[in-house]
Design a protein around this ligand. Structure first.
Ligand SMILES: Nc1ncnc2c1ncn2[C@@H]1O[C@H](COP(=O)(O)OP(=O)(O)OP(=O)(O)O)[C@@H](O)[C@H]1O
Length: 619
C-alpha cells in the first residue's frame, strides 16, 4: 500500500512532452476505430476552421460599405429612399453572405458534434475490446500481481474515461488552422503584434503545464489507494457482501475507511486546485496586458487615418479571437500532453507480454494420451513468495487412471493442478506428457483437452444453460449436450425446479435472477466438466458444499463417467477419495505417500491418521 514502492511519477515537464510521442499511436487507434468517421470529422473541421476569418472579413466589408454610402453627397435619409436608389446591391450581397456563413457554421457545428460523439463511442468500444483481448492473453501470474492490477486499472480508466483526448486533439487541429488564417490576415498589418501576443501567453502556458503534471503525479501515485477506495465502496454495497456486512455490522467500519481515504484525496487535489487558480489568474493577466497593448496600437492607427473603420473592427475582432484561440491552444496543448501521459498507461499495458506461450513448432496434443503425465522433481514458488508451494514433486499420473489428491490445507494440491494445466510453469524440474515436456505442446490444445473445476469456480450471472455451456462455449447452442452434462452432474434436478428451467437467469445481480444454494451452484459448475468433454478431468474440491449423499453420487458418477479418461479429484472427504484408483498424500509440497485406500491404511501414516480422525467423528 505504501506509495514509496511505486516507480517515480513522470512529473517533469520534459517527461510530459516526451509523452506526446503517444499522439501518433493514439490517432492510429482512432483511425482503426472508424476511418470513415475520422475522415468526415477532419474535413468538416477544416471547413469550419476558415469560417471565422471569412465572417470577420465580410463584417469589415459591410462596415466599410456603410461608411462609404453614408459619406455619399445627397444620399437618401430613409430606407425606402435607399432601396429605390439601387445603391444597396453590394451591401445586400455582403449581409446575405454573412447570414449564410452563420447558418453554415451552426449546421457544421452540429454535424461535427454528432460525428465526434459517434467516433468517440466507437473508440471507447474498440479500445475496450482490445484491452479485453489483450488481458485474455496474459498469464494468471500477472493478474495476481498488485502492480499489474494498478496498471490494468489505469488502462481501463484510460480506455473508457479519457476519450476527451480525441475531441481535444481534433479541436486543436481545427483551431490551428483558424489561427493560421487570422495570422495571415494580421501579418499584412503588423507581424510584431502577433509575436507580442504569443510572448504574453507563454507564462500562462508554462503554469498550466506545471499544474497538469502535478495532477497526473497525484493520480499516478494514488492508483493503489483509488483501487482500495473502489473496493471499499463496492464491499459496502454489493450483493455478495451484503450478508456479512449486516451480520458483522461492518457498515460503520467501511464508511469510515472510505471517508479517511477520500479525505486525503480531497486534501491533496484541493491544494493543487487552489495553487492553479491563483497562479493561473496572475499569468493570464499578463496575457491580457499584451492584448491591450496591441489594441492600443490599432486605435492609434485608426485615429491617425492609416486604418479604416472596417479595418479597426476586423483587426480588433481578429485580435480578440486570436488571443482566445492562442490561449486555448497553448493551455489545451498542455492538457493534451497531460492526457498523453495517461495514454502511457494504456500503451504500456498493451506492451505487457505473456510468458506462458506455445513454442513456435508446438507439438499437437496427443489424442488419446498414451502414457500420462510425469512430474520430475517439480518445484514451484509463487512470485514474490519466500516459501516453495511445491518442491521435489515426483509422481506419475497414468493415462486413464483416476487419481485422488489428499493433504491438509496449503499442502499444494491446487498448485499441482495449476501446473498441470500450465497456468504456471515449474521453476524447477519438469512435467512430461507422453515423454515430452509439457511446454513443447500447443497451449490451446493442452488447455482444450483439460476440464478443470476449481474450488473457487465462477458463479456466472448468466442463464442456467449458459452456466453449463461455459465449459465448452463453442457448443453453447447445443442444448442436448448441455442437458446431458446437467444430468451427469445431478444439476438437472436443480434446474427442473427453476421457474424458467434452463433459461432461468441465475444469481442476484440482474432482474429475475434466482439465487442458488452453495451445493446447487456446485452441481452446475461440475456440469461444466462434462460439458467440456475433455480427456483430462480435474475436480479440485468443488464438492465441499454438497451434502454427503450428493457428493457420494457425484463422485460415483464421476468415476463411472470418466472411465477411460485421466482424472484427478481433490477432496477432504475420505468416502469420496477411496473411490479413486490411486491416492497421493501431499504434505508440505511433496508426495508423502501413494497407493490405494487399503494400502495407505495399512501403512498407518498420515492418511490412516486423517481417515481415523474423520471416521471417529461419525461414530
Ligand atoms: N496465488 C498465490 N500466491 C502466493 N501463494 C499462494 C498462492 N496460492 C497458493 N499459495 C500458497 O501456496 C501453498 C500451497 O497452496 P495450495 O492452494 O496449492 O494448497 P491446497 O493444498 O490446495 O490447500 P487447500 O486444501 O486449502 O485448498 C500455500 O502455502 C499457499 O499459501
Amino acid at each position: 500500500m505504501s506509495s514509496a514502492r511505486l516507480p517515480p511519477a513522470p512529473a517533469s515537464i520534459r517527461a510530459r512532452f516526451a509523452a506526446l510521442r503517444n499522439i501518433g499511436p493514439f490517432l492510429a487507434l482512432v483511425w482503426q476505430a472508424s476511418p470513415a468517421l475520422m475522415l468526415i470529422s477532419m474535413l468538416l473541421r477544416l471547413v469550419r476552421a476558415v469560417l471565422p476569418v471569412a465572417a470577420l472579413w465580410i463584417g469589415k466589408l459591410i462596415i466599410d460599405e456603410v461608411v462609404r454610402l453614408s459619406a455619399l453627397p445627397g444620399h437618401p435619409t430613409d430606407l425606402s429612399g435607399w432601396w429605390n436608389s439601387h445603391a444597396l446591391g453590394a451591401l445586400t450581397a455582403y449581409v446575405l453572405a454573412e447570414f449564410a456563413l452563420a447558418i453554415l457554421s451552426d449546421v457544421l457545428g452540429r454535424v461535427v458534434g454528432l460525428v465526434d460523439s459517434l467516433l468517440s463511442d466507437r473508440l471507447t468500444m474498440s479500445s475496450s475490446i482490445r484491452l479485453m483481448e489483450h488481458a485474455a492473453t496474459l498469464d494468471l501470474e500477472d493478474f495476481e500481481d498488485a502492480g499489474f492490477q494498478d496498471k490494468l486499472e489505469r488502462a481501463r480508466r484510460q480506455a473508457s474515461g479519457r476519450m476527451t483526448l480525441m475531441g481535444l486533439l481534433f479541436t486543436q487541429m481545427q483551431n490551428l488552422v483558424t489561427v493560421a488564417t487570422f495570422a495571415a490576415g494580421l501579418v499584412i498589418f503588423n507581424p510584431w503584434l502577433i509575436l507580442l501576443l504569443a510572448l504574453a501567453l507563454i507564462p500562462a502556458f508554462i503554469g498550466e503545464a506545471h499544474f497538469n503534471a502535478q495532477t497526473y503525479a497525484l493520480d499516478f501515485g494514488r492508483t493503489p489507494e483509488r483501487r482500495e477506495l473502489d473496493y471499499v465502496r463496492q464491499t459496502a454495497a454489493s450483493v455478495e457482501s451484503a450478508k456479512e456486512v449486516k451480520i458483522f455490522g461492518l457498515n460503520g467500519f467501511l464508511t469510515e475507511r472510505y471517508r479517511d481515504l477520500s479525505e486525503s484525496f480531497y486534501t491533496a487535489s484541493r491544494k493543487i486546485a487552489q495553487a492553479r487558480a491563483i497562479w493561473g489568474g496572475v499569468l493570464t493577466a499578463l496575457g491580457t496586458l499584451g492584448y491591450y497593448a496591441a489594441y492600443a496600437w490599432i486605435i492609434a492607427g485608426t485615429l491617425a487615418g492609416q486604418l479604416s473603420l472596417g479595418d479597426l473592427t476586423f483587426l480588433s475582432g481578429s485580435f480578440l479571437r486570436l488571443r482566445g484561440l492562442l490561449e486555448g491552444l497553448l493551455t489545451s496543448f498542455s492538457s493534451t500532453a497531460a492526457q498523453a501521459l495517461y495514454l502511457d498507461d494504456l500503451f504500456s499495458f498493451f506492451e505487457v507480454q505473456p510468458e506462458i506461450l506455445s513454442p513456435p513448432d508446438a507439438l499437437p496434443m496427443p489424442a488419446p494420451i498414451r502414457q500420462g503425465f510425469v512430474f520430475e522433481n517439480v518445484g514451484f514458488r509463487y512470485p514474490g513468495a519466500e516459501r516453495w508451494a511445491v518442491r521435489g514433486l515426483n509422481f506419475t499420473l497414468y493415462a486413464g487412471e483416476t487419481l485422488a489428491l489428499v493433504g491438509e490445507n496449503g499442502a499444494g494440491k491446487t498448485t499441482l493442478v495449476k501446473l498441470l494445466a500450465r497456468l504456471y510453469d515449474p521453476d524447477e524440474g519438469r512435467i512430461l506428457l507422453d515423454g515430452q515436456d509439457l511446454r513443447n505442446y500447443d497451449l490451446d490444445g493442452l488447455r482444450g483437452a483439460m476440464g478443470v473445476i476449481f474450488q473457487d469456480f465462477m458463479r456466472y450471472n448468466l442463464s442456467a444453460a449458459d452456466n453449463i455451456a461455459v465449459g465448452r462455449i463453442a457448443e453453447r447452442d447445443n442444448r442436448p449436450r448441455i442437458i446431458d452434462a446437467a444430468r451427469r452432474s445431478l444439476a438437472d434436478q436443480v434446474i427442473e425446479r427453476l421457474p424458467e428451467g434452463y433459461d432461468q437467469m441465475i444469481g442476484k445481480r440482474f432482474r429475475n435472477g434466482v439465487e442458488l444454494s452453495g451445493g446447487e451452484w456446485q452441481k452446475l459448475a461440475i456440469a461444466r466438466a462434462y460439458m467440456r468433454g475433455a480427456e483430462v478431468l480435474i475436480l479440485d474440491e468443488p464438492t465441499a458444499a454438497l451434502d454427503a449423499r450428493s457428493e457420494f453420487e457425484v463422485f460415483q458418477r464421476f468415476k463411472e463417467l470418466s472411465a477411460g479418461k485421466t482424472a484427478v479429484l481433490i477432496s477432504h472427504r475420505f468416502s469420496s477419495v477411496r473411490m479413486a484408483d490411486r491416492i497421493l498424500v501431499l504434505a508440505d509440497g511433496r508426495v508423502e505417500a501413494a497407493g490405494t485406500h487399503e494400502e495407505l491404511l495399512a501403512q498407518s501414516g498420515r492418511y490412516a491418521e486423517l481417515f481415523e480422525l474423520q471416521a471417529a467423528g461419525y461414530r
